[in-house]
Design a protein around this ligand. Structure first.
Ligand code: NAI
Length: 299
């Protein structure tokens, strides 16, 4: 079955280059009207350019429909205006891919608190801003598909990226609550953790790998995750054509009572507490509490 975005309106942030551009081009090719947002700054978020406009020109040259926006995702009021403008022009917003991002890498010991805040502001607050700006529209439409962009750093860690990792796992957390809140209005929310050769990773990948990890190899996962039949609450890894799923799981755990209900008791039971046999994947926070109740009842 072909996945079509005909009559859908999509906003892709940070779509002036790299992964965002690849998403925008393919969405447009498959019939979506696309808002290409990008501030057009450098990798560390400084400066501006007409990167978004160039991608819009590419889409139009290929026969698609698009409009550009050079605003920053950190400006909530601007994002509200952008959504209003989009609705006025195209009648709705069905897809949002929160993809804009910056890097200010340094070991935590050397990191300036302002650089921690800036990176969290662009990735986490920026994604929350645009999502909040489209949320009411999606609720009214009873249709919405939202993709958050996390990263292996957020899920698993990476030396020198404390600011980025904190923001990225925050986005997976945002997905986990929004998927619950959006469910009754057919809003599906997912998280992608891409691996791609872009300017963000150009000093990490050797030239051969850079090619093997081209952004177009991530596109199939991103587009599936914002399609009509998308799952919700998935965390998907994608790079070089390999697709993976990541989970936040919970072990069966152990009930400690009496003298064992002590730091020493936790130490003594550490192997059992962390034993992964029979671990579960809670679909909401309440399921952790339910698992605790079950344990109290001897389950
Ligand atoms: P990129 O640097 O080519 O793309 C990021 C885009 O976001 C840039 O075009 C930039 O101008 C734009 N941007 C930055 N600040 C903005 C703001 N305040 N408002 C609007 N646009 C803004 O890098 P890439 O690799 O395409 O990254 C896309 C997303 O994927 C980012 O969120 C990144 O953190 C994430 N990611 C990428 C990985 C990779 O291997 N390339 C790995 C894991 C995550």
């Amino acid at each position: 079955m072909t996945i079509s975005f005909k009559d859908r309106v999509a906003i892709v942030t940070g779509a002036g280059g790299g992964l965002g551009r690849a998403y925008a081009l393919e969405l447009a090719k498959r019939g979506a009207k696309v808002v290409v947002n990008d501030l057009g700054g450098a990798r560390d978020g400084t400066g501006h350019s007409d990167a978004a406009l160039k991608v819009v020109e590419e889409i139009k040259a290929a026969g698609g429909e698009a409009m550009s926006d050079g605003g920053s995702v950190t400006e909530y009021d601007h994002m509200v205006e952008l959504v209003a403008k989009t609705r006025e022009k195209w009648g709705g917003v069905h897809v949002l891919i929160n993809n804009a991002g910056v890097l200010r890498d340094k070991s935590f010991a050397k990191m300036d608190p302002a650089d921690f805040r800036f990176v969290v502001d662009v990735h986490l607050i920026g994604s929350a801003n645009v999502t909040k700006a489209v949320w009411e529209t999606m609720r009214e439409q009873n249709y919405g598909r939202i993709l958050m962009t996390a990263s292996s750093t957020g899920l698993f860690g990476n030396f020198g990226q404390a600011n980025y990792g904190a923001a990225k796992l925050g986005l997976a957390g945002l997905t986990k609550t929004l998927y619950l809140e959006g469910a009754k209005n057919n809003i599906k929310v997912n998280t992608i953790a891409p691996v791609a050769g872009t300017r963000m990773t150009e000093d990490l990948f050797p030239p051969e790998a850079f090619q093997a990890f081209s952004p177009d190899k991530v596109v199939p996962a991103a587009l599936y995750l914002v399609s009509e039949d998308a799952p919700s609450n998935a965390i998907v890894g994608a790079g070089a054509g390999v697709f993976q799923a990541a989970y936040v799981t919970l072990t069966q755990g152990k009930l400690l009572t009496g003298d064992a209900l002590s730091p020493e008791g936790v130490a003594a039971s550490w192997a059992e507490i962390t034993d992964r046999t029979g671990e579960i994947t809670p679909q909401s926070g309440a399921e952790q509490s339910m698992a605790i109740f079950k344990k109290l009842q001897g389950g």
